[in-house]
Each structure stands twice: as structure tokens, then as C-alpha cells.
Design a protein around this ligand. Sequence first.
Ligand code: PLP
Length: 399
Amino acid sequence: MSDLAFETRAARAGVARPPLLQVASVPPLHPSVTWLLPTQQALEAALSEGNAFVYARNANPTVALFEEAVGDLEGGEAVAFASGQAAMHAALLSLDLRPGDHVAIARDCYGMTRTLLLELSASAGVRPLTVTASEPEQVAAALQRREQVRALVVEAIANPLVRVADLPALAAIAHRHGAALVVDATLATPLLVRPLEYGADLVVHSATKFLVGHGDVVAGVVCGRGERLAPVRRLAQVVGGVLGPFEAWLALRGLRTLALRLERQCQNAALLARWLAEQPTIARVHYPGLPDHPDYALARRLFGGERFGAVVSFELARAGRAEVERFLDRLQLCLPATTLGDLFSELSYPAIASHRTLTVQERQAAGISEALVRLSVGIEAVADVTADLAQALEGVHER
Ligand code: PLP
């Protein structure tokens, strides 16, 4: 199917193709733990093969279809996991890290990714190294000063300031130092960018978010090519954080509308970003589709110039925690939720959610003010979303 357009391939995720006789167009759900083979010799052969359907932790047909579909969209192969965290854990473990190895991680990576790395540092003696992904020269200098840098972990679009990673530059820097580039592309999805094409070694998704997009599945994926992905597959089987078949079935269902959903979400986000920038109650808007965003040109180059993602962050004017909380409590349509990427608009307050483990000073150093709110834009009619935001903003300074 590789000659078909992205939208077509996504829409047909896991769907049967002709010529076929009396086969269901959408795949069945296979909850079975085990498969029965006709002879012990056949069982032996299947077990030696590794990925044959024998035991569900090793391989499952519904999960395999989801993996095939995501791999196809990313331009590689994929292994599915029970969550984005399990996927990142497997991606890092697959690098065969040894005590004393450095893992460079972007300052603005998801808080739990940083926590995961700290756990690895405590248990496996891995040394975390914080870098500023938006400044490739700084990353290069930091890597230059260290021995044994095994990996550089960045997000294609980071949260909540929606900074865009210069993937070709970062891949070149990582490889110059013998490090693997691991890209969390959760906010971008392969509709915007396929990091493997820019030199990334492994791509990780919280499929819980835009990939599946309906707020009803927790899932993760690691994508890569050939030998890079083989240890990830093995870790899925050995550590066992695999995706369940029902979740894989729902994930396939969600994936089929990825292009349609995200296209609309990106359009809505661009309209909302412009609307927010015009409001006197808003001090600042962060969106890579606005020309004043520091990564506007880079986003155009990497994402093709038409889409800039569906996350918009903004700072309320003359506001601190009390005003932001009042704003969020007044929302009637948009959901105050600690997730993103669903087909409905969701707002979250980084100071108490994604970045709660940082001190106020650390948040300030990272550019995350106490007045900052993150909006994950849905597929609703934009006028309804702006009306809700407007009425909530009106009451912010009332007591
Ligand atoms: N990566 C990013 C960018 C996220 O926002 C999240 C969750 O919020 C994760 C990874 C972890 O994913 P999951 O919640 O599916 O474990």
C-alpha cells in the first residue's frame, strides 16, 4: 500500500484488501491467550520463529495489525505497548545502557519521561544530562563535554511551550557522538512529521493521545527500522508491557480517522491561536503556526507548511494561580483535563498537572509561567470553543 497517500493508508488501518472471499472488512478482536497448533513439531517451529501466534504476550493478530498500520505510517516498523510510558521505557532499555552511560534529555520533555530517566539513573547507574533541544549548539556543546553519551531524547513538538525540535540537526549531533536519537512524536504524529526520515533511531508515541484520539485507550508505540527495533520487540515479550487486544482493536478504529481528525484540529488550532492573540485578556500565545513563534520557520520546513499541530498554549494577562483556576472552573464546553490529543478540546494547567513536580523557580526557568494554560484543540466548531473561552475569560478577574 506504500504508493497510496497517508490519508488513505491511515483510513485503511487493519482493514482487509481485495481480492478476498467473504472476509470481514474490519478485523475481528482476538482475545485468546493461546493458539492451538496441529502437532508438537508445528508448535516448536512457531515458538522458534518468535513472532508467530502461539502465546498472546509474544504476538497477537489484532495487536499485530495495529503495529503494521503505525509502522507503515511512520515509514518503519512498530511495536505496541500498554502505554506511552511503557513504550519509552522499552525504547531506553533497548539501547543497552550501562552504568556511567549518559542519556541526554531535553529540558522540556514530558515530566514522567524525566522521572523515568531518574529511576534508571538510580537503579542502573545511567547518568541523565539535561539539554535545551531548541538550541542545537547548546546540545552539541553539552555532548562534546561528556564521554559515553548513548542517547538524546527529545520531543518533536514539546509541551507546553510547543517548541519544535530541529530533528535533522539533532540527529547529526547525536550520531556524531555515537548516541541514538529517540524522538517522542506524540504531539506531532506521522501526519506532521516522520522522524525516522530525518535520522531518528527510535520514535515513541503515547498513542493514548492524537494517534488514537478518542480518549478511550491507553497505548504506546515504539517505531524504528531493522536491528534498532529488534531489541524493543524482545523487551516487549520479556518485560511484558504489551498492548491488550481490545485496546489494539479500539486503537485501530481511532487510527483510521487520524488524518481527518488532526487536519481539522490543526485548522481549528490555527484559528484559535489567532483569536487568542487578539484578546486583551491574553498576554501571550504560543503556537508554532504564528509567525512570532521562535520555531515558525522550522515548523514550516519540517511539517510541510500547512499544519502546525493542535496544541496552543497561552498566558492570561494579569493572572496568577487563582485567576487561572477561576478561568478553568468557569469552562462549560471545553474540558479541564490532564490529557491531550482527544477529539474534544481540553485545557490543562501545567503548574498543577504536567509540570507539578517542578518548583515555581524551575518552571520559570523553563518559561512556564503561573499564568500559562495548555489547550489541546478538538474537532468542534471553532465558534463554540471561542464562545466558551470568551465567557470563561470574562469572569477571571471577578471576585
Ligand atoms: N509523551 C507525552 C508527550 C505525553 O504527553 C505523555 C502523557 O501525557 C506520555 C508520553 C506518556 O503516555 P501515556 O500516558 O500513554 O503513558
